[in-house]
Design a protein around this ligand. Sequence first.
Ligand SMILES: *Cc1c(COP(=O)(O)O)cnc(C)c1O
Length: 423
Amino acid sequence: MVTSASVVNGLDAFEELESEVRSYVRAWPAVWSRAHGASLWDERGREYLDFFSGAGGLNYGHNPDEMIAALTRYMQSQGIIHSLDMATTAKRDFLLRFDELILKPRAMSYKVMFPGPTGTNAVEAALKLARKVTGRRDIVSFTNAFHGMTLGALALSGNVVKRESAGIPLEHQLTAPYDGELGDGVDTVSVLDAILAEPDASVAAVIVETVQGEGGLHAAGAEWLQRLSECCTRHDVLLIVDDIQAGCGRTGTFFSFEPAGVQPDLICLSKSISGSGLPMSLTLIRPDLDIWSPGEHNGTFRGNNAAFVTATEALNWWRDDSLSIEVQRKSEVIRQELESIAAEHETLRAAIRGRGFLQGLHTPVEGMASKICGRAFERGLLMETSGGAASDVVKLMPPLTIDDEDLHRGLAILRASVEASAP
Ligand SMILES: *Cc1c(COP(=O)(O)O)cnc(C)c1O
């Protein structure tokens, strides 16, 4: 419930007291007070449909009933909340269920590392371990990549503006062209192959997103990923898949690389691994690479047990393939709708990008993607842009659990927003 005072104050407190670094609140000037499933309500009681899903942190929607029930039970029983990396019942339950429902059925053998609870932490841990294992310094990342904002991860970024925010040179990184970057018919793995074959190369690992969530929704083909994996093996370089945004079911399978059949050496998960939006992050390590010394990469909040409780509950969605099948069916609905919108508005010169529940509409018309998202917000739909500095992709990221009615309602708002924006 909202007091009249907070309604009167509106956004003033944020403008006066919060740093200029804030960003989403500028695009969506509402004060949120409640959320459930695919809906959010602002403090005035207006409902918005969510095609943003916490940038991928809310794949199962807001406040999923079964996760909130498990969390409430845990809190009311004085369950441990903070524990660094001590053993707790909550962590054991998570480890056993992750092994049972995710690793074993996929014949995957990995050690689970709990770094600090943000995505960039999972990336930093993977980079550090790759350098330690190989004794080499450099990491190859791809054009338009995004892997987080701390210095090591930032060095992998394809976004010039974000890189400059570091204020120091970002080193020991090389850029290779992503799948499709050099046009149709050019296999960009051959460029990577040449980089790795340089006599003075000192590359520890290649890090890749299978769909570039922030960098414009470019999606790598399954065969390209296979060739990438073979290229890394050939040069004895580790392959890291950053599955922080594309993983946890976002593209229709638990890991986004499953259709390609590759086995990365290191895997980064975060965003929706807790299932509830609570901070949590994992780095999965091929067992023979797990040469950390105890405490070599530590952190105070590696024992976010509240997140382990909801994560354990979230994994129940993966007991069978019903969620996966539903996501794949609805992904096709999204694709057809985007294709129909693109065909109806030729002036947008739009193309569909991405796959699964991580698709969007690219338009080279300047400012158009932001305009469409702005119009959608006015009509009660949250949707953000992707594409780095150009921000030229309208990105659709509904919760995986969205029902058909809400999906169609959101797509209709998108269509109306495009109609109101297109030249
Ligand atoms: C969000 C994201 C990160 C960084 O996660 P944070 O929790 O914001 O640090 C890293 N890689 C990818 C692909 C992401 O989408």
